[in-house]
Design a protein around this ligand. Structure first.
Ligand SMILES: *Cc1c(COP(=O)(O)O)cnc(C)c1O
Length: 383
């Protein structure tokens, strides 16, 4: 490979995103709609590029947390169905309604704000209602559900809203044998009965995130909301089939700033946490915790350089970290891959996450800082 001029970059392959979205659609069959979740800048991959790739691969819906994220997608030219789900008191939903965005109410207070926006804009709000089936995060608790549903039905009867969806979210879908999954789905069924009894006819009922899409087919209903798996990362390491075929879309790489020889007994980086037990070569990677490389990764993870896995040695600093190259031939400017597709035996974000006591979501979402982002398409087609 020709040397890449970038100092440190995040390379995102849209062909991998399309592959993953198609693969996930294959798990649900054609009667279940696919929502690709692109919140938090597409889990750090670049929201609008990922969104366009997901649309190409058949995502009829996109999902984001905030109204601002949804509006940014409209700015970027996306025109398809788009749901957002996290407001704050005083939220102005007018722009969302004008932008043809489906909005979510967790409570009657939120519903009232959405009705205000419908009156102000003259647009019938496309409204989804979220029930808290046991995550105890967003959504109406079951005891408050009948009143929320009744208020929504009333708003629908006067043309202020159209209830397009009813949904909830799992707490333990990455632990398929956890009893909370069955409990939550039972509560969801109850909430759906209450919704139907109130005369509401939502287009989409949805409950499954990536892990449930893969591990709990009975939770697919009309639509699945896939985030992490769309980026090629395992939503439930140790639970999903290893040959599922997801391809990580993100590769994080840099060029070695410097290469030097250490003698046995030399200690590396702040606190001298690692001492070379033998003579060895180290390379300086120009990225650190200021760029989202977790400080806890110190002495725990490997990168890929000079044709092999190479351990990070000593403390991760704000701007730099040291990788041990052994006796390999390496020169300043050589490429080092912190994590990527795993093809050829290199490290993955999932492996970094496990070493850093976190989840792959956090590794890819937080990487950024001074890394530049390069969007590529390994199939050479337009995204
Ligand atoms: C982030 C999010 C998802 C996507 O979850 P993954 O585990 O990444 O598939 C789905 N639904 C909601 C409500 C979310 O907040």
């Amino acid at each position: 490979m020709a040397p890449d001029p970038a100092r440190a970059e995040i390379v995102v392959d849209l062909a991998a995103v399309r592959h993953n979205v198609r693969l996930l659609r294959g798990l649900t069959g054609p009667d279940v709609a696919m929502m690709t979740v692109v919140k938090a800048d597409g889990y750090g991959h670049g929201m609008s590029a990922v969104a366009a790739a997901a649309r190409t691969a058949g995502a009829t819906w996109l999902g984001v947390a905030t109204v601002e994220e949804a509006l940014a997608l409209r700015e970027a030219g996306d025109t398809g169905r788009l749901l957002c789900w996290l407001g704050v008191p005083g939220e102005d939903y007018s722009a969302a309604l004008a932008g043809d965005i489906d909005v979510t109410a967790y409570s009657q207070a939120e519903l009232a704000e959405i009705e205000d926006a419908a009156r102000a804009t003259g647009v019938t709000a496309r409204l989804q209602l979220k029930v808290d089936t046991g995550l105890a995060r967003g959504g109406a608790r079951l005891e408050d559900w009948p009143d929320l549903v009744a208020a929504a039905a009333k708003a629908e009867s006067v043309g202020l809203v159209r209830v397009t969806g009813v949904w909830s979210h799992f707490a333990c879908s990455d632990e398929p044998r956890h009893p909370a999954n069955d409990d939550q789905q039972r509560v969801f069924e109850e909430a759906l009965e209450i919704t139907a009894a109130a005369g509401l006819t939502p287009e989409v009922r949805h409950l499954a995130n990536s892990a449930a899409t893969v591990l709990r087919p009975g939770s697919h209903y009309d639509l699945v909301r896939c985030g992490i798996a769309s980026y090629g990362l395992d939503p439930a390491p140790g639970e999903t089939a290893p040959d599922l075929g997801l391809v990580p879309a993100m590769t994080v790489r840099a060029r070695l700033s410097m290469v030097k020889r250490l003698r046995a007994g030399d200690s590396v980086s702040y606190g001298h946490r690692w001492t070379a037990p033998y003579d060895t070569t180290v390379g300086l990677v120009p990225a650190g915790y200021g760029d989202g490389v977790p400080r806890i990764a110190s002495d725990r993870v490997s990168a890929w350089a000079a044709g092999a896995r190479r351990p990070l040695r000593g403390r991760v600093c704000m701007d730099q970290v040291v990788v041990e190259l052994g006796d390999a031939e390496a020169r300043p400017g050589d490429e080092v891959v912190l994590f990527g597709t795993g093809a050829g035996g290199g490290p993955t974000a999932t492996e970094w996450a496990q070493a850093c006591e976190t989840i792959n979501y956090e590794i890819v979402t937080r990487i950024g800082g001074r890394f530049t982002r390069t969007i590529v398409d390994s199939e050479g087609t337009q995204p």
